[in-house]
Structure formats: structure tokens, C-alpha cells
Design a protein around this ligand. Structure first.
Ligand code: FE2
Length: 296
């Protein structure tokens, strides 16, 4: 049963008192709204090893917290071994070719599935992002072994954001919030996502783990941030397969069209840019409960 209180943990702060202080400097905005002074632009692109990141989170490091809230994005080195992600990419591509694409509301019993978001489909959306997505939920069997790859990393980003490290991990859709993995393929000559800011309510970092590398797997385009001078700053060329990139959700970013000089772009080709994204999301059960005032 969807518990509306679950969706109202907007202002947890948790153990990260520095983050809670920074976020509440201008008062607490209504539920679901980001702080009015949250960073809209990237200040600097920085790098940290995975072990250093864990140390900084465990100690609720003030400098790191201030840096993230000031708009710095971080490349975190070596979060997942490269060979695992290269194998996963092949396996998912194969799965995508042999199992029909589909779409499902996030309700109890939702399966893992994949979906081809064509330019025709994105016409209906405010934010345009033609790409091929593969979705995974914790309550399902895990034949590709995706959850063990990121469980530790995700628990640290939750902890930094003031949530329990295992927040939502046992949830099912009727609990209101669930963790969802989206492996996204931006096919060569097709894929991009317009510049945007991400939802803030249930996570304080947006997280992508790179599954491809510029000049190895694709030649142009990819992830960028808008800096405080309004310029695009890309992280491509600095990241390797297995590195994570994190930033505060309100920092504006996008993915430039990947390899747009590709002749005869092909949705069924593995070519292009791939990433592994982590999202704590509101389920359709919660949206229904909010609209009706009744449990899902
Ligand atoms: Fe995003």
C-alpha cells in the first residue's frame, strides 16, 4: 500500500548535517521542490577515487558536501570493473534483440523490460531523449547480475544525501518509491538527451556509470554540463568504462547527439554511447494515491 509519508521524506538531512544546513539556508520549500539556491550550473569537474569518495561520505566531509552543493560534478574512478560492464553491454544488447520491447507502469509485479524510445515517441514528451532503455527493479530475478555491481556505490550516494544507506531497497511499487536501474543506449546517429535538471525529491545525486568511452566506442557527442559561464563542459574524454559521474540533481546537463555523422543509423546496432543510471523514483501507485487520496 502506498504510504504517502514515504514520499514526504524530502527534507531528511539524515546524518549529513552540513548538507541539511546548506539546503535549508533559505528556508524549506514545499514538498518536492528543490532549495531555491540549489546549484543550477556546474562549477568545476573534479575527480576522486572510489575509496576516497567512500571515506568522504563516511566522515560526512564538509568540504566535499559544500563542493557538491556549489555545483561541482565528480568523476569517481573505478566504481565497477570494466570487464563486467563490457560483458553486460553485450548481454543486454542481445536481450534487446531477442525479447520484444514493451512498456509497463511501475506497479507491483512490473517485470524488467526494455523500450525503444523512438523520435516519434519522444514527440509526446517535454524532454526529448531518443534512446534504447533497459529497466531493472530490485524485486525481480537478476539474471544479468546488475544489482551487485552498484549496491555499495548506491548505498554511499544515499548516505551522502541524508538517506539511509539501504533506503528503499526492500520496497515494491505499492510502497510508493522504488530503486530503478536504467541502462541507456544512445545509438550512433540517433541518441541524445536535451539539456535538463533532474528530479530532486528522492535523491541528492544523479548518477551515471560509463559503459563506453570516447574515442574507443564512439567518436563524438556525449555527456556535458552547463557551467556558470553558460558554456558546455564535457566529461567525455576524461572518463573510462566503470567510472561514475555524480552531481547535485539541479545542475543543468545533457547528452549531445552521439556520432551524428553515422551513415544509415541502426537501432539494432550496439554502436553508440551506453551508460548505467540509478534512480529512486515515484511509482505509478504513489502518483495514483496522491491524485485520489486513496491508497494504491
Ligand atoms: Fe539527467
Amino acid at each position: 500500500m502506498a504510504d504517502l509519508r514515504t514520499s514526504q521524506r524530502y527534507w531528511s538531512g539524515g546524518g549529513n548535517k552540513y548538507l541539511a544546513e546548506l539546503e535549508s539556508l533559505n528556508g524549506v520549500p514545499p514538498d518536492g521542490k528543490a532549495p531555491s539556491h540549489a546549484p543550477a550550473f556546474m562549477r568545476e569537474l573534479r575527480e576522486v577515487t572510489f575509496s576516497e569518495f567512500k571515506k568522504r561520505v563516511d566522515s560526512y566531509d564538509r568540504e566535499f558536501t559544500e563542493s557538491m552543493f556549489a555545483g561541482d560534478a565528480y568523476i569517481i574512478r573505478g566504481v565497477v570493473p570494466e570487464d563486467k560492464l563490457r560483458r553486460l553491454r553485450k548481454e543486454l544488447h542481445e536481450w534487446g534483440k531477442t525479447v520484444e520491447p514493451s512498456f509497463h507502469k511501475v506497479q507491483d509485479g512490473i517485470p524488467n523490460f526494455h523500450r525503444i524510445i523512438t523520435p516519434d515517441i519522444v514527440k509526446k514528451y517535454a524532454l526529448k531523449y531518443p534512446r534504447h532503455d533497459y529497466y531493472f527493479f530490485r524485486h525481480n530475478p537478476d539474471p544479468f547480475g546488475v544489482w551487485p555491481m552498484i549496491n555499495e556505490f548506491w548505498s554511499y550516494t544515499k548516505k551522502w544525501g541524508g538517506f539511509d544507506p539501504d533506503e528503499c531497497v526492500r520496497n515494491i511499487p505499492s510502497d510508493g518509491l522504488v530503486d530503478r536501474i536504467v541502462v541507456a543506449h544512445y545509438p550512433a546517429g540517433i541518441g541524445y538527451i536535451e539539456r535538463h535538471q533532474d528530479p530532486w525529491g528522492h535523491q541528492r545525486t544523479i548518477m551515471s556509470i560509463q559503459m563506453t568511452q570516447l574515442d574507443v566506442d564512439f567518436r563524438s557527442g556525449g555527456l556535458y554540463f552547463i557551467d556558470q559561464q553558460g558554456r558546455e563542459v564535457t566529461s567525455e574524454g576524461r572518463t573510462r568504462v566503470g567510472d561514475a559521474v555524480i552531481n547535485y540533481p539541479t545542475v543543468t546537463h545533457g547528452v549531445n547527439p552521439v556520432d551524428m555523422d553515422t551513415l544509415n543509423p541502426d537501432w539494432s546496432s550496439m554502436k553508440g554511447r551506453w551508460f548505467f543510471g540509478l534512480y529512486t523514483m515515484e511509482t505509478d501507485c504513489l502518483v495514483h494515491a496522491r491524485h485520489t487520496g486513496n491508497p494504491a
